[in-house]
Design a protein around this ligand. Structure first.
Ligand code: ATP
Ligand code: MG
Length: 440
């Protein structure tokens, strides 16, 4: 349609408008894809989908004419078409309405569609570029878009500045173990595991900063909550202690989850989550220490020594009966990254808080106050086995106007997995990256 002025191009209606009050009897023009179809004799039943929904279309050979009817009858699942017709009531049609077309134009008749029920998960992952057209995926990625918008709204309202840290880096932010390394013109390069070190640099002039960027983890573990590429929402706040940080995380999560529940009730219900469960999360979230978590676990038959990490099974046990997220604080420092602030009253622990989602979903946010003491920071780098020389630029931040600060990292897909009750985290991202797959 190049060259045709926008005002002269044919206007198309949305499927949604067909279900508005007063639409019956109207002439509409639709374009979209075939979700289902069958023909019998001189009748063709199609369900046509556009971005706003789907509607039954009942075409008659008598009305379309034999040749156009035959062409339309060739349409495969996911074939593309446009049509003009009249909106009518039909109690048997989903939503009680259908469109009776006077003309159908085939845009792409489509090859036989290869996706149907009961195919193996491997096959479905091979065909992911087509599978993501499913109703559940469409709903999931709408909720994801809404969640990202909600986070951004909250952060703007809290006067936190969005920044753009790099993804290609010269040092692995948290030591080498889970970093993807590649050849950067003859030198080692790494895909960012976290933007945190850069956010700490951006912190000083701006005081409150965030980034919403992908993080990469060469996770060897195959679990239903680890991806090798995920979307990471990281916030860094000056003049912030652990209690203030937990208050902030709670406010942020409640704001985002409530907004999504209001904006996407239909999608949530479709995916098996009652929106009101998200709208009435009880606050404040409970806050227990690592030590208290060990005690609770002991009562449930897990006998963990002090210093043991809480893995998937332990996190699930701690949250299975919870209805709202819970904080676990004050972990042994050996379990956490080098930059976390040592607890003033206990040299064994750090000022850290993980937020665990309820119903067994486990960690969704990792947060901590950052170490400001240059000597202690250097010592922690050395004991972690990191080459201090490579982190000199980061240590500079402690030499020039270092102030108390704290930050958090939230896994967007982890939050969605919980909100949308998805068994596996890969269902929360269109093209999941896992140890066994980085295609399509
Ligand atoms: P875990 O113990 O579950 O591996 P972590 O301690 O490595 O998590 P952090 O380094 O604190 O996680 O990262 C911050 C947040 O990023 C986590 O709370 C989680 O929500 C998310 N996250 C971390 N690793 C992954 C991953 N491999 N896939 C998806 N999200 C992740
Ligand atoms: Mg990890």
């Amino acid at each position: 349609m190049a060259g045709v002025p926008v005002s002269d191009r044919p206007r198309f209606d949305t499927v949604r408008s067909i279900f508005e009050d007063g639409a019956v009897g109207r002439t509409v023009r639709l374009r979209g894809w075939v979700l289902r179809g069958r023909s019998s004799g001189g009748l063709l039943f199609l369900v046509v989908r556009d971005r706003t929904g789907s509607v039954q279309v009942t075409a008659k050979r008598d009305v379309l004419g034999t040749e156009p009817f035959e062409r339309a009858a060739q349409l495969q699942l996911e074939g593309a078409l446009q049509l003009e017709g009249t909106v009518a009531t039909d109690p048997r049609a989903p939503g009680g309405r259908e469109v009776r077309p006077t003309s159908i134009t085939v845009i792409d008749v489509g090859a036989p569609y290869p996706i149907f029920h009961d195919q193996t998960e491997e096959f479905r992952l091979d065909k992911r570029h087509l599978v993501i057209r499913s109703q559940d995926h469409v709903a999931t990625f709408r909720v994801k878009a809404e969640l990202l918008a909600a986070f951004r709204r909250f952060l703007a309202a809290e006067d936190v500045l969005e920044t753009t840290p790099p993804i290609l880096t010269g040092i692995p932010a948290e030591g080498g173990a889970e970093a993807f390394q590649f050849d950067y013109f003859g030198r080692p390069g790494y895909l960012s595991q976290t933007a945190q070190l850069y956010l700490e640099a951006l912190l000083v002039p701006n005081e409150r900063v965030y980034a919403l960027t992908p993080s990469f983890r060469a996770e060897k573990s195959r679990t239903p909550r680890h991806l090798t590429e995920y979307l990471h929402l990281e916030v860094e706040l000056a003049w912030c202690d652990l209690d203030q940080l937990m208050d902030f995380m709670e406010r942020m999560l409640i704001a985002a989850v409530t907004d999504v529940a209001k904006a996407c009730p239909k999608e949530l219900k479709q995916l098996g989550r009652a929106p009101d469960e998200l709208e009435r999360l009880a606050v404040p979230f409970s806050r227990i220490t690592y030590q208290e978590a060990l005690d609770r676990l002991k009562a449930k038959g897990f006998d963990l020594a002090w210093g043991a990490d809480l893995r998937t099974a332990e996190e699930a046990a701690l949250t299975m009966e919870e209805r709202a997220p819970i904080f676990i604080t004050h972990f042994p420092k050996e379990l956490k990254a080098f930059y976390m602030l040592q607890t003033p009253t206990d040299a064994r622990t750090v000022e850290a808080a993980d937020l665990l989602a309820p119903e067994g979903y486990g960690e969704i946010i990792g947060a901590s106050c950052r170490e400001t003491d240059l000597a202690r920071l250097t010592e922690r780098l050395v004991s972690t086995g990191i080459d201090v020389a490579e982190y000199e630029w980061y240590l500079d931040l402690r030499r020039h106007g270092s102030v108390p600060h704290a930050g958090l990292g939230l896994g967007v897909e982890r939050v969605l997995r919980w909100m949308l009750r998805r068994e596996h985290i890969r269902e929360t991202t269109p093209f999941p990256r896992t140890p066994s797959r980085h295609t399509p």
